[in-house]
Design a protein around this ligand. Structure first.
Ligand code: HEC
Ligand code: HEC
Ligand code: HEC
Ligand code: HEC
Length: 169
């Protein structure tokens, strides 16, 4: 049997279609923030670890990567996705409080601000268990986020895009 250009193109299309299907079928991923660097230095977590959806933040509401990730050089944030190996506490580690604050200030800062301008925003601050999720609750949470991702809150989305313009983050 001889292969010609048409067969080849057909094969490529099949591969692309296959990839698309697999991507769509994939369940939403929750990233467990288990900061080994923190644990080595300050001992085991007291709370259950945080399970966090990059999808909700970066895709659904298009919050830029650099509003959370940063490497500052002369006051400018020069982070690129290749710098992802560095965990937050590799830099924010003078003491335990600084390490915890670096996370809380980042996450709560935006969450609190959003609730001030839109009280329906589901952006937890002092409801600890909405971020620190018990292992037995993770699967339930994953399903809940998956449902949420199917239906974007357009009002909230517009608010976030506006805040972005005004230089909030
Ligand atoms: C709302 C905040 C936030 C946004 C927005 C965000 N990230 Fe993250 N990301 C985090 C946190 C927190 C961690 C865990 C950091 C740690 O381990 O210290 C993380 C971890 C990562 C990791 C390593 C873990 C993994 O999943 O492999 C990569 C890679 C990454 N982010 C890439 C990105 C990229 C690319 C974007 C933009 C498309 C982005 N992030 C947007 C907060 C964010
Ligand atoms: C490469 C080192 C480095 C890494 C990695 C890093 N930071 Fe920072 N971070 C800094 C520096 C430097 C500043 C600015 C000056 C300062 O506060 O010392 C800063 C500032 C901050 C601030 C204050 C306000 C702001 O946003 O600029 C917060 C909150 C923060 N970082 C949280 C985080 C979180 C959360 C992560 C992980 C997703 C992280 N940092 C990763 C070095 C780092
Ligand atoms: C720049 C803004 C911003 C930052 C920074 C941010 N978030 Fe969020 N967060 C959001 C928005 C927007 C939502 C979606 C709210 C909604 O669906 O009503 C959200 C929702 C959540 C939810 C609830 C998910 C749900 O739908 O119930 C969790 C948990 C969460 N964020 C964790 C984190 C963590 C952990 C960090 C810090 C690493 C973080 N967020 C940083 C904007 C932010
Ligand atoms: C918006 C999400 C969010 C909320 C809400 C939140 N935290 Fe955290 N917290 C984090 C992140 C992210 C970390 C760092 C990584 C991790 O612990 O998984 C952290 C770390 C911690 C740590 C250090 C690690 C440990 O377990 O010892 C403590 C203590 C802590 N949080 C306590 C609290 C308490 C108490 C509340 C409620 C008042 C709370 N957090 C609410 C996101 C959150």
């Amino acid at each position: 049997m001889r292969y010609n250009v048409k067969d080849f193109i057909f094969l490529i299309i099949l591969i692309i279609l296959g990839t698309v299907v697999v991507c769509y079928a994939q369940p939403v991923n929750l990233l467990e923030i288990k900061d080994e660097y923190y644990i080595d230095k300050f001992g085991p977590y007291k709370m259950p670890s945080v399970y966090f959806s990059h999808d909700i933040h970066a895709n659904e509401y298009q919050i830029s990567c650099k509003s959370c990730h940063h490497i500052y050089k002369k006051g400018k944030n020069i982070w690129t996705p290749e710098d992802h190996e560095k965990t937050c506490t590799e830099c924010h580690n003078k003491n335990k409080a600084e390490a915890i604050n670096s996370y809380h200030m980042k996450c709560w800062g935006c969450h609190k601000r959003l609730r001030e301008v839109y009280h329906l925003a589901d952006t937890p601050t002092n409801q600890c268990q909405k971020c620190h999720i018990k292992p037995s609750e993770v699967e339930k949470e994953r399903k809940r986020i998956q449902k949420k991702l199917e239906k974007k809150n357009e009002t909230l989305f517009k608010i976030i895009q506006n805040l972005k313009v005004k230089g909030f983050y």
